[in-house]
Each structure stands twice: as structure tokens, then as C-alpha cells.
Design a protein around this ligand. Structure first.
Ligand code: HEC
Ligand code: HEC
Length: 371
């Protein structure tokens, strides 16, 4: 449930153009031309991690097979680069006969391992700036010119922290019952830029209730129904928690949405704060093995979002309009620090109050369409 909303708080820092130009005016004339730009960093000088060409080349990103005339970016850049641009072959060249000869003359054992060759023939950024999919053999890839792709940072840590909750041994969320009403106990993850989206709760509701909570593009698709056991040790001997915990509802029906309260008046609920009988996607937890990463996802950038329908990791909304409705009704009000309670009346044809006014929703939709 928390997934999509946090997208709005993920920003890509831009170049600080104005101060840099101001500084340029004071530079002495005898400096090399590149310093004329003052503090402006060229893309390849940015501190962002280089994620590798394969992370740019999805068919819904820059790997379209034909150019898209409706859009200001053609989206077939990967095909152009890999088929027509020698930069794609720059690394392979280092393995050929000519390179071997050059290397022999220079007394270098292997051209494809020598910094003097790799600095031009590949995207030779330091090891610690290479992402998991990075391959030196990609040659002069997208990020060698455009700069590293990874600069997403969660800027609203309060929102992030509310998405990481302390769990009891039974997998239900720990509440602080010394205050009334009892409050969730957060477990902030300061170095974690993933989001414990719990968006799988939306998928779950779609699986159980079809289109009741708004149109679900995947309502007729049977998604997997998982419960996961987490262990404290690598050998999987010492059990940690099972997630999601088996629902405890007022009616006793596990698919009801009204959770039972414990003796202190706190709801007995799992990480998504609602009863949830199964998960359709455990997300990042499969990689880290941490229950805190259960249903956490790496949040994609929003650039070009109008062209990448359907939305969310499980394709649960078909249009941006549906995604905006979902935020306004079920996600924004949930994050109290945003101060966007669902105080606006339901729109025609819906029974759910809205966090955003019709005008705000229309503005947001237009903004998303031009990204
Ligand atoms: C300063 C940047 C730079 C460095 C350093 C560099 N190269 Fe190159 N190299 C290039 C460029 C640019 C081309 C393409 C020139 C062209 O196609 O006109 C090239 C072309 C080549 C080619 C010809 C490719 C072909 O078949 O057309 C070979 C072979 C080669 N380099 C080997 C090496 C080796 C071996 C090293 C290390 C000793 C090295 N280069 C270092 C920039 C560099
Ligand atoms: C050798 C350097 C270089 C490489 C490699 C490279 N690009 Fe580019 N790219 C450029 C330059 C320079 C431009 C601007 C061209 C222009 O404006 O005519 C550009 C333009 C673009 C644009 C258009 C941007 C806009 O806002 O109009 C996109 C998108 C793009 N590149 C994506 C990619 C992708 C994806 C890859 C890898 C598959 C890639 N590029 C590889 C140098 C490079």
C-alpha cells in the first residue's frame, strides 16, 4: 500500500547551473577551457553509480525497436547504440589482433585489462561506482557519456520510516501501548533506499475483491499466493518470522478487512497494517532475507511514465488516472506526516473519500504526462 506514494518523494538532483555560471565570470582568462564552466560537473564526473547498459535497455525504456514519434525521446537509443554505434564495440576491439600488437609494443600484458586502454575503450569508473549489472565489456555504454543512472534518494525519511515497522515474533506489527491510541513502533533503516512498499496489499485486495477498490488491470489474473518463512541464520535452522502473519479478524473470516484488537486496543496486523492472508510478491526480501524488506521494492524513476503503462510492479493499474485515484483514495491519507487526510468527497461513481481535490488530481495527472 505504501509503494506508489513514496515515488513522489524520490528526487533526482539536477545540476546546479546558476551558481556555476556566476562563478565562471570570475575565472581568470588563462585557465583551461573546461574550468570555464566553474562547478558544473560533466555527466561522467557525477558521483552516481553506473548501473550498466542492460539497465537502460528494457523495451519499455530505451530498448524500443522503433523510434517513438509521440515523444521527445525516441526510446530506441539502445538499438541505435548496439547496432550502429562503434562505442558498443569499443571494448571488444581490445581483444583483437591489432590491440595485441599495440599492447606488445607498449609492454602491456593484456590491452583489455590495462587502464590506459580501458579509460577510453570502456566505462572505466572505479569498482565502487559499478552497479550489479555493470559490465566493462559493454564498452562505451550509455553512462560513459550520460553519467551514472543511480542518483535516486529518498528525501522524506519520515515517510520511509513509517514503511519499516518493528515486528513481533508472530510477524504482527509491534505497537507502543503506553500511548492511546497505541502507536506503531518504527524501525528506521537509514542506509536503505528501498521502500517497504507493501503495494502487494493493493494486489492482494484486487485478488480478493476484484474491482471493488477501483479498477484492477490484473483482477482476472491469478497472482501467486505466498507466505514466507524467514530465518535468523544462513543455514535456516533458527526461525525468525512467517510473513504475512495469518489474519486475525473480528469476524474470523481471514479475508475480512477489520482486524481484531489485542488486549491493549492495538490492531493485530502484519507489515501492511491490514489483514492480509497471502503475499503476491515478497519483493527485495528474497534477495536480502530480511523480514524488513518484505514487499520492499526499488522505486523506478518517473521519467517517461506516460509511456510505460500498465503501472506498478504487478501491472495492477492500467492508466495513470487509475494510479492517481489509488494514491488519492488509499495511499496519501495513510501517511499522516503528509497532512493529506481523505477530507474531500468521493467522486461520481466511487464511494471512497479523496485526499486530493479533482483539480489537484488533474494537475498531478498532467505533470506525470510530461515527465
Ligand atoms: C585517449 C583515448 C584512447 C585511448 C587511451 C586508447 N584508445 Fe584506442 N581508440 C580510441 C578511439 C576514439 C578509437 C576510434 C578511432 C576511429 O574509429 O576513428 C580507437 C580505436 C582503436 C583501435 C582500432 C579499432 C578498429 O578496429 O577500428 C584499436 C585496435 C585500439 N583503439 C586499441 C587501443 C589500445 C590497445 C589501447 C591501449 C593501449 C587504446 N586503444 C587506447 C581512443 C583511445
Ligand atoms: C558516446 C557518447 C554517448 C553514448 C555512448 C550514448 N549517448 Fe545518448 N546522447 C549522447 C549525446 C551527445 C546526445 C545528444 C545528442 C543531440 O542532442 O543531438 C545524446 C542523446 C541521447 C538521448 C536524447 C536525450 C534528450 O533529452 O533528447 C537519449 C534518450 C539518449 N542519448 C540515451 C542513450 C542511451 C540509452 C544510450 C546507451 C544505449 C546512450 N544514449 C549512449 C551521447 C551518448
Amino acid at each position: 500500500m505504501k509503494f506508489a506514494m513514496i515515488l513522489a518523494f524520490v528526487l533526482a538532483p539536477g545540476l546546479a547551473m546558476a551558481p556555476a555560471f556566476a562563478a565562471a565570470a570570475e575565472k581568470p582568462a588563462d585557465k583551461a577551457p573546461s574550468t570555464e564552466l566553474g562547478n558544473i560537473k560533466l555527466p561522467y564526473e557525477l558521483p552516481n553509480r553506473h548501473m550498466g547498459v542492460s539497465t537502460c535497455s528494457s523495451t519499455v525504456c530505451h530498448g524500443s525497436v522503433k523510434s517513438n514519434g509521440n515523444y521527445n525521446v525516441q526510446l530506441n537509443e539502445y538499438i541505435t547504440w548496439s547496432h550502429q554505434d562503434s562505442h558498443a564495440k569499443a571494448y571488444t576491439v581490445l581483444l583483437n589482433e591489432r590491440s595485441r600488437n599495440i599492447a606488445a609494443k607498449l609492454g602491456i600484458p593484456e590491452a583489455s585489462k590495462a587502464k590506459i586502454c580501458l579509460d577510453c575503450h570502456a566505462d572505466n569508473v572505479p569498482e565502487n561506482m559499478r552497479g550489479r549489472e555493470f559490465n566493462l565489456s559493454d564498452g562505451v555504454g550509455c553512462e560513459a557519456c550520460h553519467g551514472g543512472a543511480k542518483n535516486l534518494q529518498v528525501v522524506n525519511r519520515d515517510v520511509h520510516d513509517l514503511a519499516f515497522l518493528e515486528l513481533k515474533p508472530d510477524g504482527n506489527v509491534l505497537f507502543d501501548s503506553s500511548v492511546q491510541p497505541p502507536k506503531v513502533v518504527e524501525t528506521p533503516q537509514p542506509n536503505n533506499e528501498f521502500l517497504n512498499v507493501g503495494f502487494a496489499n493493493i494486489s492482494y485486495l484486487g485478488q480478493i475483491y476484484g474491482n471493488l477498490f477501483g479498477p484492477r488491470f490484473n483482477a482476472t489474473v491469478s497472482l501467486p499466493q505466498y507466505r514466507y518463512r524467514f530465518y535468523k541464520d544462513k543455514k535456516r535452522k533458527i526461525k525468525d518470522v512467517d510473513l504475512p502473519p495469518i489474519p486475525q479478524t473480528v469476524s474470523g473470516n481471514p479475508f475480512d478487512l477489520q482486524a481484531k484488537l489485542d488486549e491493549n486496543g492495538a490492531p493485530i496486523v502484519g507489515p501492511n497494517l491490514l489483514p492480509q492472508a497471502f503475499s503476491t510478491d515478497p519483493g527485495r526480501a528474497v534477495i536480502t532475507g530480511s523480514p524488513h524488506d518484505f514487499e520492499a521494492f526499488d522505486v523506478p524513476a518517473l521519467r517517461g511514465i506516460a509511456n510505460t503503462a500498465p503501472y506498478f510492479h504487478d501491472n495492477s493499474t492500467e492508466t495513470l488516472r487509475d494510479a492517481v485515484d489509488l494514491y488519492s483514495r488509499f495511499i496519501l491519507p495513510f501517511f499522516t506526516m503528509l497532512n493529506l487526510p481523505a477530507n474531500n468527497p468521493p467522486e461520481p461513481g466511487s464511494f471512497f473519500p479523496e485526499a486530493l481535490t479533482p483539480e489537484q488530481k488533474a494537475d498531478l495527472l498532467e505533470f506525470l504526462q510530461v515527465l
